[in-house]
Design a protein around this ligand. Structure first.
Ligand SMILES: NC(=O)c1ccc[n+]([C@@H]2O[C@H](COP(=O)([O-])OP(=O)(O)OC[C@H]3O[C@@H](n4cnc5c(N)ncnc54)[C@H](O)[C@@H]3O)[C@@H](O)[C@H]2O)c1
Ligand SMILES: O=C(O)C(=O)C[C@@H](O)[C@H](O)[C@H](O)COP(=O)(O)O
Ligand SMILES: [Zn+2]
Length: 357
């Protein structure tokens, strides 16, 4: 069992990582909150696989459980689904002394977390992430949101969970595409802050990965917790967690969330931008090639058919924009990144398609 504390004053919480945790998570939760009724929000896949087991563990510890289920997929991270959840929470008679559990991937955590942040102006919530993306990234740090037609995560909030309970055994049922999807974010952590994690990923493969889940999840969560503690509201350092995301979010949105997953978009974004910054002399030679090789190892894309001008309209909605200026996160070398504010007229230079490798 591994525990990581996220120190945010009165909003502090623990991340618990433990194989088999699902079956005794009710007891662990009792130590954190005194709620009576719990709204457990999941998509239909996760509810079908694990909803009964979670409900049993919660009931055994005296909680009344209301399961709220929505269709799996990014298209559910919407205002329409948010309204459905509000209705369900009202029907369940949830009060501020009750709580929400987001049980699923990043879509569930972002959507359900935003519902918890805003229902009755905020009721407590707990993250039980079930995908790699959610276990290494989205369940920590309190970014909750839904997508708008203009782009990803455009209506949201910063709202910290009361606890994060991670059971790596749940990854056993995750389809291979979403294993790879999650590796997109894991590779991001290696790129921005952890060269030795990047090097580890260069030696591991699909077959040996499961043996490393606890280590990988623990390292990513520790990196994210430390960054969030220093910059919870994304005003400076936290922006580095967005490496690859400016282009990645545009790719997801350009293809209407139906073609590339989040991790795949981020993979394309990391590769495309690093090729450009390397060509501009801002990044150590050979870095882009090394990233692309690692992406391929986990069957992740490094390019898309969409042209730079296809993607540019969606880049205009990036949250790292201030006026016309956009801050890119660029790599100096593997494990070392920096913020690079770019004037509006220069942004297209960073979005050009790859001209080498
Ligand atoms: N808030 C943040 O800091 C943050 C960070 C990273 C990503 N995100 C967001 O997270 C979302 C992507 O997350 P995701 O990749 O987890 O997507 P997801 O929640 O859609 O899950 C991916 C798929 O895996 C299925 N699934 C989940 N757990 C499973 C399990 N244990 N076994 C079998 N199937 C399972 C789901 O039903 C779904 O079909 C995006 O919307 C992205 O913007 C947010
Ligand atoms: O927690 C953060 O900060 C991140 O940027 C993590 C990202 O992996 C995640 O995709 C996040 O949701 C992106 O946020 P956004 O502010 O670019 O919408
Ligand atoms: Zn992300």
């Amino acid at each position: 069992m591994k525990q990581i504390h996220v120190n945010l004053g009165k909003d502090s919480y623990d991340i618990q990582i433990e194989k088999g945790l699902l079956d005794h998570v009710g007891a662990a939760l009792r130590k954190v909150i005194q709620a009576r009724t719990l709204a457990v929000i999941s998509d239909d896949t996760v509810d079908g696989l694990y909803g009964g087991r979670l409900e049993r563990s919660l009931q055994e510890n005296g909680f009344t459980v209301r399961r709220m289920v929505f269709p799996a997929g990014e298209s559910s991270k919407s205002l329409r689904m948010l309204a459905n959840l509000y209705q369900g929470m009202a029907d369940a008679g949830l009060t501020r002394s009750d709580a929400v559990i987001t049980f699923g991937g990043g879509v569930t955590g972002d959507l359900g977390g935003f519902a918890a942040a805003t229902y009755l102006r905020g009721i407590p919530f707990i993250q039980i992430p079930t995908t790699i993306i959610a276990q290494v990234d989205s369940s920590v740090g309190g970014k909750v949101a839904v997508d708008l037609p203009s782009g990803k995560n455009q209506a949201g909030s910063f709202y910290q969970p009361k606890a994060v309970f991670i059971d790596p055994e749940l990854l056993q049922t995750l389809p291979i595409r979403f294993i790879h999807d999650g590796m997109g974010e894991v590779i991001k952590y290696g790129c921005i802050r952890d060269r030795s994690l990047f090097e580890l990923l260069e030696t591991v493969d699909d077959n040996s990965l499961p043996a490393y889940w606890e280590e990988i999840i623990g390292r990513c969560c520790a990196i994210k917790a430390a960054i969030v503690e220093r910059d919870v509201f994304d005003l400076g350092e936290r922006m580095i967690l967005n490496f690859g995301h400016t282009i990645g979010h545009a790719v997801e949105r350009y293809y209407s969330y139906g073609c590339y997953t989040h991790g795949e978009g981020v993979a394309v974004g990391m590769a495309m931008l690093t090729c450009r910054t390397e060509a501009m002399g801002l990044t150590q030679i050979g870095t882009a090639e090394r990233i692309i090789r690692l992406l391929k190892r986990y069957s992740l894309p490094a390019a898309v058919r969409a042209s730079a001008s296809d993607l540019l309209p969606y880049i205009g909605h990036d949250k790292k924009k201030r006026g016309s200026r956009l801050t890119f996160i660029i790599l100096k070398k593997i494990g070392v990144c920096e913020l690079l504010p770019v004037a509006g007229e220069d942004i297209p230079h960073y979005i050009r398609k790859r001209e080498f490798i």
